[in-house]
Design a protein around this ligand. Structure first.
Ligand code: FAD
Length: 391
């Protein structure tokens, strides 16, 4: 097999890889970016389907506390240099205005990923894109690719791997690389679903509530307290408030719901002791606590046989679930290359290789933290690759 020699090679065309490629090209490198799929950034475009939440408008120290996992410190450094302000500025320089929505979430005005991606790719005109080029492991210092014209062998002065995590594998990030790096002695924490719904084996009574939102509940799991919205679906519970507790639940904490977060236990007790007359329990709950049908259904589903005093149950309803939904449905993944395997973003075991994005062992809630961290680590890995492999 012939060997091709390139200056800088980026593998993976998600936000981390595209950012790394742009940074290397700006530094005067000749850059080749390979992508296994026929087109780049499929997960980024999928993210845009429900509103592309690019970042979060909040103070830097608050933003940086959102990251967990062995690489959290590395991500915090990267977002200190390229955080919410820089992401908004970068988006503007690509001709896309942003706006800040409720709770500080920042979106492009178009809400979608495609206009931003189009502008971004035209800004990357110096980068040579090779799609349908699937990295298939190492051969000594070379990287082997499966391509439409057979196997190819590439040697690069510096390589940035940005292969993504393990969620939604049909969009490209299938974690097939794990054994190739593990064989080189790179420590990789097992992937687990993050920002994911919960499986619930519902009784038939719940069917008429599928698709209904539960607004303004408080969710409690371990140390995590979240006030927000979630949805009852045929598979279980989904939505931003459930995703926000998914790390604590994955780590084994029981999940409880406060269905009347505006009133304390005494107030709920006081209201429940109002005379019920001939009302059913459900009607009484609706009248004295303004509970909507879906909340009442959740109480009936999980608190039967109903105790005489319902107030503690309403303030702390145990959620009977069967654990997280599978990786194929998760917004992101926890796990990946650990901090112990790295010097900055460089692989200790393969010194000309740098890594970025969700393939590193960090996680964060939804809210724009994920894309910001991928952009920031892609940029930081490229800057380090230029510095460490100068000449
Ligand atoms: C439904 C959904 C909605 C989301 N919404 C948001 C949101 O609003 N805000 C937010 O911050 N985050 C969101 N995310 C998460 C965000 O999209 C990811 O965190 C981000 O795309 C990860 O970037 P990455 O570059 O690390 O990896 P990826 O985007 O996964 O890109 C990795 C690339 O590497 C390629 N690749 C993998 N293996 C190989 C190989 N062997 N050879 C060559 N190429 C390979 C893949 O095909 C892929 O193109 C969402 C995710 C999903 C699934």
């Amino acid at each position: 097999m012939e060997t091709e020699r390139v200056q800088s090679l980026v593998v993976g065309g998600g936000p981390a890889g595209l950012m790394a490629a742009g940074e290397l090209a700006r530094a005067g490198q000749s850059v080749v970016l390979t992508e296994a799929k026929p087109t780049v950034a499929r997960k980024f475009l999928m993210a845009g389907k429900s509103g592309l939440n690019l970042t979060k408008d909040e103070p830097g120290d608050v933003f940086r506390r959102a990251f967990h996992g062995s690489c959290a410190g590395l991500v915090e450094h990267a977002v200190a240099d390229f955080g919410p302000d820089e992401v908004a500025h970068w988006t503007n320089t690509l001709g896309q205005e942003v706006f800040t929505g409720s709770s500080g979430r920042v979106f492009p005005v178009s809400m979608k990923g495609s206009p931003l991606l189009r502008a971004w790719l035209s800004d990357l005109d110096a980068v040579a894109f090779r799609t349908r080029w699937r990295w298939a492991g190492f051969d000594e210092d070379a990287l082997i690719f499966e391509t439409p014209s057979g196997k190819r062998r590439v040697v690069a002065e510096r390589v940035v791997l940005a292969l993504g995590g393990a969620s939604w594998p049909r969009l490209g990030s299938d974690a097939a690389w794990v054994p190739w790096l593990a064989a080189r002695g790179v420590e990789i924490a097992p992937f687990a679903p993050a920002n994911v719904g919960l499986s619930v084996p519902w009784s038939g009574h719940m069917e008429k509530h599928f698709g209904k939102p539960v607004k303004a509940a408080r969710l409690m799991a371990g140390e995590t307290r979240v006030r927000g919205e979630f949805v009852v679906s045929s598979r279980g519970l989904e939505g931003s408030a459930i995703y926000a507790v998914s790390r604590a639940v994955r780590e084994g904490a029981p999940l409880t719901l406060d269905l009347c977060p505006d009133w304390d236990l005494d107030e709920v007790t006081r209201r429940l002791t109002r005379p019920r007359g001939k009302s059913t329990v459900a009607n009484h709950l609706r009248k004295v606590l303004n509970l909507d049908p879906v909340r009442i259904a959740l109480i009936m589903e999980w608190a039967r046989p109903l105790p005489d005093d319902l107030a503690p149950v309403i303030k702390s309803l145990p959620v009977r679930h069967k654990g997280p939904r599978p990786m194929s449905e998760a917004i992101s993944s926890a796990g990946g290359i650990t901090a112990a395997a790295l010097t900055g973003f460089r692989l200790r075991a393969v010194p000309h290789v740098f890594v970025a994005g969700e393939m590193l062992d960090w996680e964060a809630p939804t809210g724009g933290y994920l894309i910001t961290a991928c952009l920031a680590t892609g940029r930081a890995a490229a800057i380090q690759a230029m510095r460490d492999r100068a000449g």
